[in-house]
Design a protein around this ligand. Structure first.
Ligand SMILES: Cc1cc2nc3c(=O)[nH]c(=O)nc-3n(C[C@H](O)[C@H](O)[C@H](O)COP(=O)(O)OP(=O)(O)OC[C@H]3O[C@@H](n4cnc5c(N)ncnc54)[C@H](O)[C@@H]3O)c2cc1C
Length: 444
């Protein structure tokens, strides 16, 4: 890191959140950036990543639009777009019941492509370091922050950004600082709440993810709905999402199985592991033929035990800030985890890049970031959780298996309206107001 820079920023974690922050900071030539990635090389696990119009607005601001669009056949559309068709499917004969119309479309990318675009846009002045897994940091009242890595090496920075995902080491250290402060003032209940947020908790839901070659599905079901229409198949305690990616060559498939009563417990077993097909086949074996056709084409699904981070009382501690999953890992039921990480990245870069922000005023800048981003991100966490309940028909006393005919259709229509109202922030609001507010606070 150069010592003449206005600020020396260390970003811990080179996932979508960390790299977007590095790209957003590259617009400020007097800020030095180092990205420390724990893995041996940059690489995204998983397949598709969907972005709604709101985070896409940020992508455009960062000038990443054209590079990203080169990786897909999809094109941003304006105005009303049919985004998903919904069926109730936990029965022998399924039923189409709802069409989700969004304002602008959900753009889907391959995760690895997305990351490559971000990496290509990093300026030479931004240094990336792989195999640098942070163990902890130390910050004192003044002076640089010290970073300690798992390999025993150390470095320093003025600002540390924890973009190190669900199991964030930065979050562990940051909450350690907060717990110590609360302890010294004998705020006992607060200490317990802070400590409870260090480790992620299981959401009670497992996601079985797979990529289905379109040819394989075509051989099994030549006119399957998912070739032409992103679809969600809902049922009691689970649901399935399927849509085409990679120029239509692949179908991105995710099947969710939920035990809502186990939310916020500890998951016994590996959080991500290949699973044998019979485990998830048995969950959906009573579902309609259209679903069976998809399941028949899945070979070895990857089982993700979906974990979340309990709502934090703050995303910052003095000159350290958390973003993305490190700050607010959420369930994937609104397809918004990466989108929220992108919003964090942009706002954080805006407050750090602002001419009023110096080494001395960093604390204030990060507090503005926290004030702007935390309420929004935590609201999305809750909305995503609720969508998970709606999609798995976990709606209080209503038992959909006992309904039929017009009554069933009416109740399902009401359910569709409910999850749409809960979700429409993603395509009816823009990030502009949030960015204006951050600037207003910086300048006031
Ligand atoms: C099934 C599923 C589907 C999803 N679908 C969508 C979707 O459609 N749209 C959407 O917006 N979101 C979606 N998400 C959520 C999205 O994937 C995450 O919210 C997003 O990837 C978070 O990005 P991040 O950069 O914060 O964290 P990560 O992507 O987890 O990146 C963290 C990085 O930090 C590194 N790291 C970890 N520990 C350390 C350490 N100690 N030191 C240094 N580096 C470290 C990791 O190797 C990794 O590279 C989905 C999630 C799941 C599980």
């Amino acid at each position: 890191m150069g010592y003449n820079a206005r600020l020396r920023v260390a970003i811990c974690g080179g996932g979508i959140g960390g790299l977007t922050t590095a790209v957003a900071l590259s617009r400020y030539p007097d800020i030095d950036v180092d990205v420390y990635e724990g893995a041996e090389k940059f690489g995204e696990v998983g397949a598709g990543i969907g972005l709604f119009p709101r985070p896409w607005g940020i992508i455009k601001k960062l000038g990443l639009e054209q590079d990203l669009l080169k990786t897909t056949d999809m094109r941003p559309q304006e105005g009303p777009v049919t985004s998903f068709r919904y069926r109730i499917s936990d029965r022998r004969e399924g039923l189409d019941f709802y069409t989700l119309v969004t304002n602008g479309n959900l753009l889907v990318f391959h995760r690895a492509d997305f990351q490559k675009v971000l990496l290509r846009r990093l300026p030479k002045s931004c240094k990336t370091h792989c195999s640098k897994r942070l163990r902890s940091y130390t910050q004192r009242r003044s002076g640089p922050i010290e970073l300690l890595f798992e390999d025993g090496s150390t470095t320093t920075c003025d600002v540390l950004i924890g973009a190190d995902g669900l199991k964030s080491a930065v979050r562990r250290s940051l909450l350690g600082e907060k717990a110590q402060a609360a302890q010294s003032e004998r705020r006992v209940a607060e200490v317990a709440a802070i400590n409870a947020a260090v480790d992620p908790v299981w959401s009670g839901t497992n996601a079985y993810r797979a990529l289905i070659p379109a040819e394989r599905l075509r051989a099994r079901a030549p006119n399957h709905r998912v070739f032409t229409q992103p679809s969600q198949y809902l049922g009691k305690n689970g649901y399935i999402v399927a849509y085409p990616i990679s120029h239509g060559k692949m179908i991105n498939f995710v099947a969710f199985s939920s035990q809502h009563n186990l939310e916020n417990t500890t998951f016994g077993g590996p959080w991500v592991s290949p699973t044998n097909k019979s485990e998830f086949e048995s969950i959906f074996n009573h579902w309609e033929p259209e679903v069976q056709a998809l399941i028949d084409c899945v070979e070895t699904p990857l089982r993700w035990a979906v974990h979340t981070v309990r709502p934090l009382g703050s995303f910052v501690s003095s000159r350290v800030a958390l973003l993305g999953d490190a700050a607010h890992a959420m369930t994937p039921h609104q397809g918004s985890g990466a989108g929220q990480a992108i919003e964090d990245a942009y706002v954080l870069a805006t407050v750090l890049g602002h001419t009023t922000t110096t080494r001395e005023s960093l604390g204030r800048a990060l507090k503005i970031y926290d004030k702007i981003r935390r309420p929004m991100a935590l609201e999305v966490v809750e909305r995503s959780r609720l969508n998970g309940q709606y999609f798995s028909l976990y709606t209080g006393s209503q038992d959909f298996s006992q309904l039929a005919g017009r009554v069933l259709a009416n109740e399902l229509q009401a359910l569709g309206d409910t999850f749409t109202r809960n979700w429409e922030w993603a395509w009816t609001t823009s990030p502009e107001a949030m960015i204006r507010e951050a600037l207003r606070m910086l300048e006031s």
